[in-house]
Each structure stands twice: as structure tokens, then as C-alpha cells.
Design a protein around this ligand. Structure first.
Ligand code: SAH
Length: 331
């Protein structure tokens, strides 16, 4: 819900300041109507129902993948589209993939979101309303800022949202922010706000290839990005998750695994590599074979670098990593 509108409406009605928190606590526990908020006076509940929509986003569409992954298409009041995803795992994990921007201003060649028109930064309320959309139907316990957009280009709103996620049942240690390597943002994350987890989209072990795949590398080259991650690790004492997309014939050779291992070997256990099977987009890459992915992983491990392969979720509804793009909006 739009927190500013709520605050303003409460102030205009001369309500005590604790009301905003009361409303938020109900919303965070999944309330679907103001009627449920029984510790608010009935007249106030009726007024809020008229004046403050429960969500700042309108709901447009939802798809459900065969693996239980659910994707919602939502729209801001000024017509900007965005998507959010809920992933359900057998062990009970319920993980939200949140968008920080409508579209993305960066243009990573393999990612569908970068092809869509960039809209704008989302507000903290708009980020939280994605989470509340799913929270209204079930309990959730993890969140990753891996939806549309570059969270570190909208860090104030992302940090503000992270302050409130614990009220929904999502611990800060279960919250991760993923970045292309936007150094000023990594530096702020080392010192400011809650100690959320950090994930770095690395994707290539040397600058020339990385710049080709991710133009942002021209601005923030690998060495400098990794140095910022080491500082973050020293400050936060948590491992950095390195995301590495597996593109056949592009970045999946054994020499490239060795080069990656060199980059992230020190300090020991500061980095953990997550190999991501490529999800088809219109970009025209081919994903690496299972054999190539396994060989890449063994090579990393033989050099003392921990590595896992990401489970692909929601591919049949274009809800998987890199597939979020609102088709109508791309036109
Ligand atoms: N802008 C941030 C947050 C988005 S996270 C970032 O890039 O980290 C989305 C993740 O999915 C990133 O690691 C991104 O590189 C990855 N990704 C993009 N396109 C993909 C694709 N087609 N298949 C699999 N992963 C992809």
C-alpha cells in the first residue's frame, strides 16, 4: 500500500501516529481488507477502504507453471508494468523474486528484461506490494531482488523495502540483492541498512567477454567489482553469491572455469558460485549442455571454489531468470 498516502490520510483525519503501524502490521500478515483490521475504529476502517487502496499496484494477470512457480503481472498507478514471481520448493521454502524497476536501463545481451522499454524506479511501497500480493494467499520466507531491474540503481527504495520484509516473515538473512556489479551500490550495502545477502551477476571471467555480454562492465570492470565484493565480505562476514550463466560455446569452457576459479578463490570461502542454466529468450544464445555444466562445476570445485547449479523454475511460463519482460510493454 502507498505508505505516503496512508500517512497523509491518517494525518488529515487527526489519527494518532501509531495507526500507520497498526495498518502495516495487518497488511504484512496478509490482510485482504480493512474490515479485518479489528483494532482500528470501524469509521476509520471504512474511510481507509474508500481513500487508500490496499495495494499501490493493480493486478493484471497471473500464470502458474507446472512446477508450482507463480508469476504475477502487476501495474503501477501510472501504467508501468512489472512482474513478480513466487517459487515454491518441496522443503517448504517460499521464495519471492521481486522487481526493483519497471524494465531495466542496462542492456545485458542475454536478458529479456533489458529489451523491454525502461519505465522507472519502483517505490518501496511498490516493491512491498509485490510481496504482499503473494503474502495474501500464503506464508513466504525468502526474497531475492532478482526480478526486473537493477536494484542498486534504486537502492534507497530497496533498502526501505528490506526494513519491512521481516514483518512479512522474511528474515534479513533470507533476503538477497543481486547486482550486475554497480560498485557505488555495493559500497553502500557494505555499510548501510540491514545485512542482506549479496549476489553478483558475473557471467564471464575476463573483461573483454564480460563487456560484450554486459556493457556495464565497461564502466565497472571485473577487478574493481570483485574488490568491492571483497570489501563487502569483510564488512558483512557473509559469502558473496556469484551468478554465472552457462552459455554454450561462449563462457562454458574448462579454461574459463579455471579463470573464474582464479578470480574468486581468495579469500577462501568468500565467494560461492551458482551456475545458472540459460533460459531461452529472444537473444539467440544456446544454453550449455548438462555435461558442460557439470564439468565446469567440477573444475571449480577441484580449485577449492564451492559451486552449485541453480534449479530452473517457471520456465514454461517465462518466469525464470532473465525471462521477465512484459510483452505488450516491449512493443
Ligand atoms: N540486475 C540484477 C538483478 C536481476 S537478477 C542482476 O543482473 O543481477 C536476474 C539474474 O538472471 C541475473 O543474474 C541475470 O544475469 C540472470 N539472467 C538474465 N538473463 C538470463 C537468462 N536468459 N537465463 C538465465 N539467467 C538469466
Amino acid at each position: 500500500m502507498d505508505q505516503e498516502l496512508l500517512d497523509r490520510t491518517l494525518a488529515e483525519r487527526g489519527e494518532p501516529s501509531f495507526r500507520a503501524l497498526q495498518v502495516w502490521k495487518w497488511a504484512a500478515r496478509g490482510a485482504r481488507t480493512y474490515e479485518e483490521m479489528t483494532n482500528l475504529p470501524a469509521a476509520l476502517r471504512a474511510a481507509l477502504a474508500r481513500e487508500v487502496p490496499l495495494s499501490s499496484l493493480s493486478f493484471e494477470d497471473e500464470s502458474l507453471a507446472s512446477d508450482g512457480t507463480q508469476k504475477a503481472l502487476l501495474r503501477t498507478h501510472d501504467g508501468r508494468p512489472l512482474e513478480a514471481v513466487l517459487m515454491r520448493y518441496r522443503d517448504g521454502r517460499r521464495s519471492l523474486c521481486l522487481s526493483s524497476q519497471s524494465g531495466c536501463p542496462l542492456s545485458c545481451t542475454f536478458c529479456a528484461t533489458g529489451r523491454m522499454k525502461f519505465g522507472r524506479n519502483l517505490t518501496a511501497s511498490e516493491i512491498l506490494d509485490q510481496a504482499l500480493h503473494f503474502r495474501r494467499s500464503e506464508a513466504v520466507n525468502h526474497a531475492v531482488f532478482m526480478g526486473m531491474g537493477e536494484p542498486l540503481l534504486n537502492l534507497d527504495a530497496v533498502l526501505e523495502a528490506c526494513e519491512r520484509l521481516p514483518d512479512l516473515g522474511i528474515a534479513t538473512s533470507n533476503t538477497a540483492v543481486s547486482t550486475v556489479g554497480w560498485i557505488p551500490g555495493i559500497e553502500r550495502l557494505a555499510r548501510e541498512g540491514r545485512p542482506v545477502r549479496l549476489a553478483l551477476s558475473l557471467h564471464a571471467p575476463e573483461d573483454a567477454l564480460r563487456s560484450e555480454l554486459m556493457p556495464v562492465n565497461e564502466r565497472y570492470p571485473l577487478d574493481e567489482v570483485l574488490a568491492a565484493c571483497r570489501d563487502w565480505h569483510a564488512a558483512r562476514r557473509r559469502e558473496v553469491f556469484v551468478e554465472y550463466l552457462m552459455l554454450e560455446g561462449v563462457n562454458d569452457r574448462v579454461e574459463q572455469a579455471l579463470a573464474l576459479a582464479e578470480l574468486v578463490r581468495e579469500p577462501r570461502n568468500a565467494f560461492k558460485v551458482n551456475l545458472i542454466p540459460y533460459n531461452p529468450t529472444e537473444a539467440g544464445f544456446e544454453g550449455s549442455s548438462r555435461g558442460a555444466i557439470d564439468a565446469f562445476r567440477s573444475t571449480l570445485e577441484s580449485r577449492g571454489v564451492r559451486a552449485t547449479v541453480r534449479l530452473t523454475r517457471g520456465r514454461d511460463i517465462d518466469a525464470a531468470c532473465g525471462q521477465l519482460a512484459v510483452r505488450a510493454a516491449a512493443a
